[in-house]
Write a protein that binds this ligand. Structure first.
Ligand code: IVH
Length: 691
């Protein structure tokens, strides 16, 4: 390199550093020290120098934040450590109970207050930022917690997210929230309106819409902010011993970390923090919907562990619901999957809790009478965070003289069948069964949903059409759909029709539990369906089971047993089941707990042949898992029928790799053994049958 080249390179490096410093002051410290014009001048100088010397461009240059090409779709990213959710608390009692649970589990129920790290609960979107040797390499949305979307190029445009950080860590994954500050949101909406474009209902929607643009130049025009609140996967870095110290570390690495964080002691400390942030809420520059409490000591966090998908060591304390008054303009009824006829309030649109509310469920007739609501009333509408809105009460002083009482119709508005309300039941039902298009639509949506048959692409609008056009009557008809019929529907191109047919074909290979859940038998939710599948192991045995035999199933009581019996006693239900099986729907069967117990097998548990991703498989654990200890992971694997081995060989089926995974991971990769992240492991565990 010539002397002049070297000096150009140095100049570029200096400019880059200066610009990064100003970006940090502007976006993170909120304390710019130069004018925008001066910043722009320096930026364009760098652009010009880099254009003349492309070999000196580095990925962390501020000029490289925008400019990536639009994507066709976001690739999927597996999270190494799952992105979980938080339990909610709504009252002081909930907080007292949370603290008590923590103290009891930690063995200091009677003495010593716990130290908690407290933060606002940002009302945005959870994201993960991965840095390898200090370079930002990947940004992802939460997705289902195990697999999210790769939105790296969009996140690169967010000014407060550093493209390079001063760490030696081989991997450092930062978790936090992307949001739009209120001021930025208002400006964006004003601009959108002036350009005749869509305005957003609230900052959260604006942030979500902006982050999910396939063209990063569009995201770059949207003023997004970021706040870090946690650390995910790490390799080659020693973390501090408390959450608060980890946040200080992130602040030193120049991540935006909220100034509103605090460490407090015991329930009283939590109460004071809640009151303080509640009072400050209107003056904060961004929306929050509560606060989050986390046991500060990371070793204690580890000890407390997780319940299903949420940590036991943290909780979100939500602010009380927001209220607004509006007019109850009418009451319609909606027909659900099981025929339940629910009154729905049609409201004069009102902005409450961050969205415009124009409908709210009124649950049932009794609830309506109890609240004494009449059409024409001025009513109080309440909405808490992401909870569905409800009509709390009527303001009787404003009741107009012509306010009208709601009368439950006697015939279904969709199919004209009789609506009846059985003695002792709160709910009125349409008696049309699958003859009723409203019930048919709901039944199909239930059958196709992700947790049942998982038919991707069979959504609301499409089901409306196939039912209205009489193309599909029962779930079995879905498997007889042809390309021509589908492609003739509105907004259905041949390609999407083919994709749907592929998804339908793919759904044929399923599990008994999913199939049972999908049938929509009253009172048979996902958990009961799993219990039934585990107990009987095979559909014919379940269909033939007597009420008493059904009662032997874990958690099945008389109401559920009766509902299952009633379902299979209806010839037309058995007919649909037979047709579905004839269409090729299949699932692995096993002997069932019932069969092994009846045969008097010693150790009936061992005799059960489990099905699922880990059944009969040899699995090796390596590295540290974030949400459970090695022993717990081993226990869980064994309970779903896996054999846990100590070393990797060509006979190993899976290696589950936590952080700091070492030679076992290398060996798995060398032998081509599939490697699962912790998040993938947890999701597959959820899909397994257990002893
Ligand atoms: S900690 C193990 N801290 O709340 C869960 N989450 O229901 C770790 N959120 O999807 C989350 N502010 O997007 C945490 N200060 C905060 C948060 C926060 C907002 C969101 C987050 C997550 C959801 C959890």
């Amino acid at each position: 390199m010539s002397g002049s080249e070297r000096s150009t390179e140095e100049k570029i490096a200096r400019l880059r550093e200066t610009l990064n410093e100003h970006l940090y002051r502007y976006h993170v410290l909120d304390a710019p020290t130069i004018s925008d014009a001066l910043y722009d001048g320096l930026y364009h100088e760098l652009v010009a120098l880099e254009a003349a010397h492309p070999s000196f461009v580095t990925p962390d240059s501020p000029t490289q934040r925008v400019g990536a090409k639009p994507l066709e779709a976001f690739p999927e990213v597996s999270h190494r450590v799952p992105m979980l959710s938080l339990g909610n608390a709504f009252s002081d009692d909930d907080i007292v109970a949370f603290d008590k649970r923590c103290r009891t589990s930690l063995g200091n129920a009677n003495h010593g207050d716990i130290e908690y790290a407290c933060e606002p609960k940002f009302d945005g979107l959870a994201i993960s930022l991965t840095y390898e040797r200090g370079i930002f390499v990947r940004g992802a949305t939460r997705g289902d917690g195990a697999v999210g979307e790769d939105v790296t190029q969009n996140l690169r445009t967010v000014g407060s997210i550093p493209l390079r950080i001063a760490t030696e860590a081989a991997v450092l994954e930062i978790r936090g929230e992307v949001l739009m500050q209120r001021r930025d949101f208002e400006r964006l909406n004003a601009r959108q309106a002036a350009n005749g474009e869509k305005v957003f209902v609230n900052p959260r929607n604006a942030a979500a819409g902006s982050l999910r643009q396939l063209d990063p130049t569009l995201t770059a025009e949207r003023p997004l902010s970021f706040f870090a609140y946690g650390i995910g996967a790490t390799d080659g870095v020693e973390l501090p011993s408390t959450h608060a110290a980890s946040m200080d570390m992130l602040a030193r690495l120049r991540f935006p970390v909220t100034a509103e964080r605090a460490v407090v002691l015991g329930v009283d400390g939590l109460r004071q923090y809640f009151a303080r942030i509640g009072a400050a809420r209107p003056t904060l520059p961004f929306d929050i919907d509560g606060v989050v409490y986390k046991v500060n000591n990371l070793a204690l966090q580890q000890q407390l562990g997780f319940v299903s998908r949420a940590p036991r060591f943290a909780i979100a304390h939500k602010f009380p619901a927001e209220e607004a008054t509006t007019i109850l303009e009418g009451i319609d009824v909606q027909v659900g999957r099981t025929g339940a006829v629910t009154p729905v309030a049609r409201l004069k649109p009102v902005f409450v809790g961050g969205t415009t509310v124009s409908n709210a469920t009124l649950h049932n007739e009794d609830e309506l009478r109890r609240k004494d609501l009449k059409i024409g009333d001025t009513v109080i509408v309440r909405r808490a965070g992401d909870v569905i809105p409800e009509v709390a009460s009527a303001v009787l002083a404003y009741r107009p003289v012509d306010a009208r009482e709601f009368v439950m119709p006697t015939r279904c508005p969709k199919c004209d069948s009789a609506i009846i309300r059985l003695e002792g039941e709160a709910v009125a039902r349409c008696t049309g069964g699958l003859f009723c298009p409203a019930q048919r639509k709901q039944a199909l949506l239930h059958f196709a949903q992700r947790r049942a048959m998982d038919i991707e692409g069979l959504g609301d609008k499409l089901v409306d059409q196939i039912v209205e056009h009489n193309i599909v009557h029962t779930a079995a008809d879905l498997y007889r759909l042809g390309l021509l019929a589908l492609a003739s529907l509105e907004r259905m191109a041949e390609k999407s029709a083919q994709n749907l047919l592929d998804a339908i074909a793919q759904s044929k290979q399923t599990t008994l539990a999913r199939f049972l859940f999908g049938l929509g038998i009253r009172h048979v939710g996902e958990a009961t369906a799993k219990d039934l599948a585990k107990h009987f192991g095979n559909l014919d045995r379940l269909m033939a089971a007597t009420g008493d035999e059904l009662l032997e199933v874990h958690d099945v009581g008389p109401v559920v047993a009766q509902s299952i019996r009633q379902f299979f006693d209806q010839p037309h239900n058995c007919e649909v089941v037979a047709q579905l099986r004839a269409c090729g729907i299949r699932w692995p069967e096993h002997a069932g707990v019932m069969a092994s117990a009846a045969s008097g097998a010693v150790g009936a548990v061992a005799a059960v042949e489990l099905k699922g991703p880990f059944a009969g498989k040899t699995v090796v654990l390596t590295g540290t898992l974030a949400t459970m200890s090695r022993d717990e992971a081993k226990e869980k694997l064994e309970s779903v029928g896996a054999k846990v081995a100590g070393s990797v060989s060509k006979n190993t089926h899976f290696v589950i790799a936590g952080t700091e995974a070492g030679s076992k991971l290398d060996k798995a990769q060398a032998l081509g053994v599939p490697v699962l992240s912790e998040a993938e492991f947890i999701v597959r565990l959820d899909n397994s049958e257990t002893h």
